[in-house]
Design a protein around this ligand. Structure first.
Ligand code: UD1
Length: 375
């Protein structure tokens, strides 16, 4: 889709079902590399990042088939544990193949992800962790080359909670010899979903969802057959779409315990949100109140919902203060909101959003030639 045209001014009403989580599916597909045989994934969203990871695994020799929401990945014939720059540059999460490859095949060559629109996003914590497990890591010509006979369990203390870093290390440690203890881990629901998938493959992982995860390595894993968890970012986005239009929407599949921080802020802004048997229902206020919020690793307010809540606040009553602490360059949407009439001032990691009466329509892309919609 090259362009999306929105005719605004109508409150959203009705029901909508949330898709499977992209950020939960990506590490689980990477985990299929840990075992020969066919892993099955159900409820997989049809997104560019999922297709990119599928291409990456096919390039290594895996068989990847898709039929609707069902994805089948057979990693029996993987012969080429390499992820080239051409494949990695389209999606940073490709780095998730590093841990599984080095622990199962004893070697991996994975391109560094390179620059990223929302900041430098280094992978030093992934590499430090793999080295602690005994991998020999070399960086050459933009590639990470990792080698190991068999990884050995160790204690790893992350400098900061990293989601894909925690996931990479969990996967590597699953086939390592002995016990690994990961400290200062990311606590996101996607980390828990990966631990459950690995345990379903015969792994021995405990503590996911807390900051300390213990992994007792096993000598082999079997393929998995799993249902993908609902996408909490999509769910939050849909709730905020209802909020910004003053609507009344039931988001089927939305889980309150995945969205506590976002729901608290939406309630503070005046929304009524109730848990129903199949999801979350939001009844939006006529106009939201201003609220201050700060992004943080889970269970804090997710950086991936910062732009959406800021859009709501740009038409709220009063001034809100938004602080972004997870990524250093994640206010790219501000310029676009300003073009639609928002009043937002940025100072470093802080944005002050003064609510305006109503946004005005704006175009992005057409009037700027090659400009693209944000990811
Ligand atoms: C994941 C999510 C992404 C979300 C982000 C933060 C996936 C596929 N993507 O990204 O949607 O925005 O979590 O919730 O799950 N960092 C380091 N060194 C490292 C790793 C990370 O300094 O080795 C820093 C990053 O630059 C960033 C912070 O840690 O400032 C958090 O990043 P991280 O949790 O790793 O994000 P991703 O896993 O890439």
């Amino acid at each position: 889709m090259d362009a999306i045209e929105i005719t605004g001014g109508k409150p959203l009403h009705g029901e909508v079902k949330v898709s499977g989580s992209k950020n939960a599916t990506l590490p689980q597909i990477a985990a299929a590399l840990l075992s020969p045989g066919a892993s099955i994934f159900r409820g997989v969203p049809d997104l560019a990042d999922i297709r990119a990871l599928g291409r990456l695994l096919s390039h290594m020799g895996a068989r990847v088939d898709r039929e609707g929401g069902l994805l089948r990945v057979d990693a029996s014939a993987v012969a080429n544990p390499e992820a080239t720059y051409e494949l990695v540059k389209t999606m940073r999460a490709s780095v998730l193949v590093l841990g599984p490859l080095v622990t199962r095949f004893g070697r991996a060559r994975v391109s560094l992800p390179g620059g990223c629109a929302i900041g430098a996003r280094p992978i030093d914590q992934h590499l430090k962790g793999l080295e602690a497990l005994g991998a020999r890591i070399e960086l050459s010509h933009g590639y990470v080359e990792a080698k190991a006979d068999r990884l050995r369990g160790a204690k790893v203390l992350f400098d900061l909670p990293t989601v894909t870093g925690t996931e990479n290390l969990m996967m590597a440690a699953a086939l390592a010899e002995g016990q690994t203890v990961l400290e200062n881990c990311a606590r996101e629901p996607e980390v828990i979903a990966l631990a459950e998938a690995l345990n379903g493959m015969g792994g021995r992982i405990s503590g996911a969802g807390s900051s300390v995860i213990t992994i007792d390595g096993v000598s082999a894993l079997r393929p998995m057959d799993i249902e993908v968890i609902p996408d909490r970012i999509e769910a939050g986005t849909l709730l905020m779409a209802a909020m910004i239009t003053g609507g009344d929407v039931l988001v089927r599949g939305a889980k309150a315990d995945h969205l506590d921080a976002a729901l608290a802020k939406m309630r503070e802004a005046g929304a009524k949100i109730s848990e129903e048997s199949h999801g979350l229902r939001i009844v939006a206020p006529q106009k939201p109140h201003a609220v201050d919020f700060i992004t943080a690793p889970f269970p804090g307010f997710p950086t991936d919902l910062q732009a959406q809540l800021m859009a709501c606040l740009s038409i709220a009553k009063g001034a809100s203060r938004v602080v972004e602490t997870v990524f250093e360059n994640r206010f790219m949407h501000v310029q676009e909101l300003s073009r639609m009439g928002a009043d937002i001032a940025i100072d470093g990691h802080t944005a002050v959003v003064r609510g305006v009466a109503n946004g005005r329509p704006a175009r992005r892309g057409h009037d700027r030639g090659a400009a693209r919609l944000p990811p």
